[in-house]
Design a binder for this molecule. Structure first.
Ligand SMILES: Nc1ncnc2c1ncn2[C@@H]1O[C@H](COP(=O)(O)OP(=O)(O)O)[C@@H](O)[C@H]1O
Ligand SMILES: [Mg+2]
Length: 266
């Protein structure tokens, strides 16, 4: 549970959300239709589904970057109307400023909010937490993709958000760096008691990390099913239970495959 003092914080309620856009051909697209979700304080939720099913739209609604056409979203019972420092956001591509070094990139949000002086110690703390000690003076182009992603994570964390919103944060990484980063994310989640909401395309990643997996389908974006993953951490990717959840999510996404009867037997 996310606790600040004796308060439990970071619970999100999504009630009857609908969101449409007008595309370049001036046609109306329903990106999300009647989304209802309850996200417990301190839990880890993954949003999974094919491209265009509204995952990023849902994350941007929770961030307060855009507004719903129907329904309401609340954070700890308070309607979400605009972005706030209680929600950290990490995009798929790292969004570090190329002209700032890693330290300045991580410090950016604190400076923008005018709280750098009182909170400056946490810049170094989070740089170290994501394993970038010694790279403070480096510029993004001097670091690998994985290191830039970790710097973006530090930047999202430095303001101590109640909720961390991750939009395919590991999508650009190779499989091994990705698995290492998943462990980093788990460790940070446990240490900081945040509510995590992550968009992913990767079923393995969703089962490895999440308390609940929200499976979505497109046109219009809807929730097909919420799968509760009742496994403790750390999780073994090859265990029977893990593979059972993996198979269930794949089937919900229609990628379960079919066991075909052979045409003849030898
Ligand atoms: N700003 C926008 N303007 C027009 N259409 C948009 C906009 N944002 C998203 N969409 C459309 O809404 C649908 C859902 O998009 P998105 O949330 O990005 O899906 P996902 O992240 O699941 O791939 C898509 O059809 C997309 O083209
Ligand atoms: Mg997206």
């Amino acid at each position: 549970m996310a606790e600040r003092g004796d308060q439990v914080v970071g619970g999100i309620s999504i009630n009857g959300i609908g969101k449409g856009f007008v595309n370049q051909q001036k046609e109306k697209i329903t990106a999300l239709s009647n989304i209802n979700l309850s996200i417990q304080p301190g839990s880890f939720t993954s949003l999974i589904g094919p491209s265009g099913c509204g995952k990023s739209t849902l994350l941007r609604l929770i961030a307060g970057l855009i507004h719903p056409d129907q329904g309401e979203l609340t954070l700890d019972g308070v309607p979400i109307t605009k972005p706030g420092s209680d929600r950290g956001f990490m995009f798929q591509e790292h969004t570090l400023f190329p002209w700032m070094n890693i330290y300045e990139n991580v410090a950016f949000g604190l400076r923008a909010r005018g709280i750098y002086r009182e909170k400056s110690a946490s810049v170094q703390e989070f740089i170290e937490l994501v394993g970038l000690k010694g790279f403070e003076k480096y510029y993004p182009h001097q670091l690998s993709g994985g290191m830039c992603q970790r710097a973006s994570l530090a930047r999202a964390l430095v303001g101590h958000p109640k909720v961390l919103l991750l939009d395919e944060p590991l999508g650009a990484l190779d499989a091994f760096t990705r698995m290492n980063m998943q462990d980093e994310i788990l460790r940070i989640w446990k240490e900081h008691n945040m509510t995590m909401i992550m968009v992913t395309h990767d079923v393995d990643e969703a089962v490895y990390l999440s308390d609940q997996i929200v499976v979505m389908t497109p046109r219009p974006g809807r929730v097909t099913k919420v799968v509760d993953v009742e496994l403790s951490h750390p999780r073994a990717r090859s265990s029977q239970d893990f593979l059972k959840y993996h198979g269930e999510v794949l089937e919900l996404l229609d990628y379960g495959g079919k066991i075909q009867e052979p045409d003849f037997y030898l």
